[in-house]
Design a protein around this ligand. Sequence first.
Ligand SMILES: [Fe+2]
Length: 309
Amino acid sequence: MAAALRYFGQAFGAKKPYPDKYDMLMDIATEEFSHLEIVGATIQMLLTGINGDLKDAAENSEIMHLLNGKAAKENMIHQGMVAPQFLVGSAGGPCYTNSQGVPWSAAYINGDVQGELTSDLRSDMGAETRAKMVYEYLLQFTPDPYVKETLRFLMTREVAHYQMFEAALSTITPNFPMGTLQSDPKYSNLYFNMSNGNEIRGPWNQGESSELGETWQYIEDPVKHILETNSLLDQKSDGSNRTEKNIKKMNDQLGKQKKEFIAEAAPIGAMQWNDALSSADESGGLKNKQGSSLKGKNNHNGARSKSAK
Ligand SMILES: [Fe+2]
């Protein structure tokens, strides 16, 4: 549910200027809805018969005989209505709740639709990672071979989705840092050793940083460093070729390129949501207003995106 609505929402922001990513996000969102169908069908099959049994049990239970008073009976029903167990037990079908009975809420995905595709796609890779692990853990909770088969299928599709998002991210360049503004080289490669005793070094705090290619600056004694640098206000840039001057230039350049890229994809004026469906050529292929194929258009966008590097 969260996955389907996350990708569904992200697709709208991606449509211009990335119609190719819109297509992918909508495809995966639709597949996630089909997973909801698979999960719903599985729950329904597992709970088949429970509905009738519960009603029967309620009518014949001793407690019903004890609750002769109308108010007592209504109170009992109220208790049942607000208890998560009632939702699970009474309907005999799937509910939009977690296993504790807490209802699904858009709060689960708010923040995952940022309108910045490189951020959205990274969030999606995290979501697919978590979903994969949930299925992996769930597999340990059932001995049922059919349920196992279902869970394994769903788990596998998360692995597939992860790679789709990763590949989509790699087609947008530059994609780091996410967004438009560059980071401040005074602070982008500082590592603060905040614990005593374990001075563990690794690629996260020594050598070159993975994306910016700067040299990590290991601050062995952060307290001393803070005192020496006037609480970092006097921090000097180290281990980076980037300067305030060329960062400002990069910010301006990238901002301008992105603005042009978006403006070209979504010019002011009358709009049509789906150019590709506006006309079909005689051979049956879909073409946009300019006559270029949707595939060609995507490539064009990709090329422009790359030129922004
Ligand atoms: Fe997925």
